[in-house]
Design a protein around this ligand. Structure first.
Ligand SMILES: [Zn+2]
Length: 274
C-alpha cells in the first residue's frame, strides 16, 4: 500500500497515436475526473467497446497506457516520514507541498504547482541536514532498518496474531502489548532495550520462535516475529541511534516526485495521484 502518480502523454491529443479502432465512438473519449483518458459510454451497453478501448490505450503510442511516467511515490510509512521531516523544518517553507501532497490516493496537481514543488524539493535537499531523527540500525552493517515515525509512536510492525506492537523511541527498541481499545495504540511495554540481539530459535520449517535479548540487562522476550528481515536474512544485532538526516535518507520519495513534476512541466499535463 502506498501512493503512486502518473502523467499523461499528449500523443492522442496531438494525433500521434494509432487511430482508435471504433471511430463512431471517438467523440466519447474524454479525460475523466480521475485524470485518466477514458471512453465515456455506459458499461452495460458497450462492454466490447470498453475492452477495445483499454487494449488500444495500452499500445496506441510508445507510452504504456498513454502515460509518460508512472511512479511509485512511496509506501505510506515512507510518505509519513517525509511529511514529518517537512513539518519539523516548517511547513511555511513548503506551501505547495503542503497544499498538493494528497492525504489519500486520488486527486491531481496542476503543472504550475509542479514547478513550485521542484523548487521546494531543492530547498528540502539543502536544509534537511539541519534535522535529526532516531533510527533503528543494524549494528553489524550500520544499515538503517527503520526510521522513527512520530505519528506511529515509533511503531514499525503491528503483529495482529500476537497482539504485539514493535517499535522504538529515544528510550530504545520496545515490544508493547496492543492497547485493548485499538491495535494501533501501545499498551503495556513488555520489553525494551537500547542495544539488543534477536535470536532465531526455531529450525527451518518450524513455527517461528524469536528471542529478543537486551544486551545491557540480559532481559529476554520470546515471540514469533522477526524485526527487519526474513529468516534467511535478518539483523542479529540492533541499536537505536540519533543522527542528522541527509538527502539520501529521502531519495526514495524525492526522485519519483521530481520525475513526475518534470513530466508534468514537459507535457503541460497534471500529476495524477493514484
Ligand atoms: Zn504517448
Amino acid at each position: 500500500m502506498g501512493l503512486d502518480a502518473f502523467v499523461r502523454c499528449n500523443c492522442y491529443r496531438d494525433g500521434q497515436a494509432q487511430p482508435f479502432p471504433l471511430p463512431h465512438l471517438e467523440a466519447h473519449i474524454v479525460v475523466n475526473d480521475d485524470g485518466f483518458l477514458a471512453l465515456n459510454v455506459p458499461e452495460d451497453d458497450h462492454p466490447e467497446a470498453l475492452r477495445q478501448f483499454d487494449e488500444w490505450k495500452s499500445h496506441a503510442c510508445p507510452h504504456e497506457g498513454m502515460m509518460v511516467v508512472f511512479e511509485r511515490i512511496s509506501n505510506w510509512s515512507g510518505y509519513r516520514a517525509f511529511q514529518e521531516a517537512l513539518g519539523r523544518m516548517g511547513w511555511r517553507h513548503f506551501p505547495t507541498l503542503e497544499r498538493e501532497l494528497p492525504a489519500l490516493n486520488g486527486g491531481q496537481m496542476p503543472t504550475a504547482a509542479a514547478v513550485r514543488v521542484l523548487a521546494e524539493l531543492g530547498l528540502f535537499r539543502r536544509r534537511i541536514g539541519q534535522q535529526h531523527n532516531l533510527f533503528l540500525v543494524n549494528s553489524d552493517s550500520g544499515d538503517v532498518v527503520y526510521e522513527y515515525i512520530a505519528v506511529y509512536d515509533g511503531v514499525f510492525m503491528w503483529s495482529g496474531d500476537e497482539k504485539l506492537n514493535f517499535g522504538f523511541n529515544a528510550g530504545g527498541f520496545f515490544i508493547a502489548a496492543q492497547h485493548p481499545q485499538s491495535a494501533v495504540r501501545n499498551g503495556r511495554v513488555l520489553f525494551q532495550a537500547l542495544r539488543l540481539e534477536q535470536r532465531l530459535l526455531s529450525a527451518p520449517g518450524e513455527p517461528l520462535r524469536v528471542e529478543y535479548f537486551n544486551a545491557d540487562t540480559e532481559e529476554r522476550f520470546l515471540c514469533h516475529s522477526l524485526t527487519g528481515g526474513t529468516i534467511d536474512d535478518y539483523p542479529a544485532l540492533l541499536h537505536v541511534e540519533e543522527r542528522p538526516l541527509t538527502p539520501e535518507d529521502f531519495e526514495y520519495i524525492l526522485l519519483p516526485l521530481q520525475k513526475v513534476c518534470e513530466a508534468a512541466i514537459a507535457t503541460g499535463n497534471p500529476v495524477v495521484w493514484c
